[in-house]
Design a protein around this ligand. Structure first.
Ligand SMILES: *Cc1c(COP(=O)(O)O)cnc(C)c1O
Length: 382
């Protein structure tokens, strides 16, 4: 697959040449832990043991690198396993990291409860505010970590500006690209050094597999990540890799539909009496609208809004929807609704990352938009 091919062509074909033995169009699930050697050290395809490498995982890793515009991709057992490996591979105890003050709850927990015990220092800063991020730098800052759009407040970080700031200070920029997906946003091209994903979300896209990914364009970064990927061993299994590849083939088509539906819903919510504030980067009222327009192809499928009648009304509404399923996670074809304060973000209650108690988060799926709008209308009670 050539770099000059379009996004969908690469998503469907990169790393997925028809099987040379049988012509199978889809890469097989290589359910094997080990590989026969032709004499000691005589590896047939470079494979010796499936923690170190597996052909189904290689297909996924090649595809991930291609669609993120990077040189190397790595597939992990989960998004958090990918994040943990990036921290251990690229940092050492005593180093300092700047993280968003509204990071995904699990990312915050990884820094606060796991990496901190290992000796990593962090500061949570508002990543929409470049001056505040600059003020959080210290002598030991080696990494700026951002999500954009953020979860659950859909704040927008300026990737190019943050990359420049990191590089002026001998640090690297890591972008969690889970919410946008590589179809809508290409952080490496904007200057980021490392992209991480929870492939559980839009890349897998069907709520049927948990996985993570890391993509880099620089061999100097790829080498320690490859070493830790194998040494820590949090690799994607072949069946999970296959499901994720299957999802990626339709990423562009799904994302366009997620965006169409989310745009319609954001407009509807913005005009509704029971809604106090809508957080969707596609609305011109969103404070990050211009930056999002500069670095994203479209604005994504995630929407948060504040219920005008407070926490109880927000919680009750989440139980009243019929097409939107009440549940955690996001990025699948089916629409989901949740209350971050009591669900995905309960672990950050009382911390600097606490979210408004009247906040409702939607992962807008690709069902018929009329059904989604009618469901929200009835759940909001009008
Ligand atoms: C879900 C998520 C993660 C964690 O990924 P897992 O696959 O659940 O380990 C990290 N970042 C963001 C933005 C997420 O939404």
């Amino acid at each position: 697959m050539h770099e000059a091919h379009g996004f969908s062509t690469r998503a469907i074909h990169a790393g997925q040449e028809p099987d040379p033995l049988t012509g199978a169009v889809v890469p097989p699930i290589y359910a094997t832990s080990t590989y026969k050697q032709d004499g000691v050290g005589g590896l047939r395809g470079g494979y010796e043991y499936s923690r170190s490498g597996n052909p189904t995982r290689t297909a996924l890793e090649t595809c991930l690198a291609s669609i993120e515009g990077g040189a190397r991709g790595f597939a992990f057992a989960s998004g958090l396993a990918a994040e943990d490996t990036v921290l251990r591979a690229l940092l050492k105890p005593g180093d300092h990291v700047i993280i968003p003050n509204d990071a995904y709850g699990g990312t915050f927990r990884l820094f606060d409860k796991v990496a901190a015990r290992w000796g990593l220092r962090y500061t949570a800063a508002p990543i929409t505010d470049l001056d505040a991020v600059a003020q959080s730098l210290d002598q030991g800052t080696r990494m700026i970590w951002v999500e954009t759009p953020t979860n659950p407040l859909l704040n927008i970080a300026d990737i190019a500006e943050l990359a420049a700031l990191a590089h002026q200070n001998d640090a690297i920029l890591v972008v969690d690209n889970t919410f946008a997906s590589p179809y809508l946003q290409q952080p490496l091209a904007l200057g980021a050094d490392v992209v991480v994903h929870s492939t559980t979300k839009y890349l897998g896209g069907h709520s049927d597999v948990v996985g993570g990914a890391v993509v880099v364009d620089d061999e100097v970064l790829a080498e320690p990540i490859a070493f830790h990927h194998n040494s820590m061993g949090a690799v994607a299994g072949p069946f999970d890799a296959w499901l994720t590849l299957r999802g990626i083939k339709t990423l562009a088509a799904r994302m366009d539909r997620h965006c169409d539906n989310a745009e319609a819903i954001a407009e509807f919510l913005a005009g509704h009496d029971a809604v106090a504030e809508v957080r969707y980067p596609g609305l011109s009222t969103h404070p990050g609208h211009d930056v999002a327009g500069k670095q994203m192809k479209r604005y994504g499928g995630m929407i948060s809004f504040r219920h005008k009648h407070g926490e109880e009304a927000a919680v009750e509404m989440c139980s009243r929807t019929e097409v939107f399923t009440l549940g955690e996670s996001l990025g699948g074809v089916e629409s989901l609704i949740e209350h971050p304060g009591r669900m995905t973000h309960a672990s950050v209650a009382g911390s600097a990352l606490e979210v408004p108690s009247d906040l409702v988060r939607l992962s807008v799926g690709i069902e018929d938009p009329g059904d989604l709008l009618a469901d929200l209308r009835q759940a909001l009670g009008s």
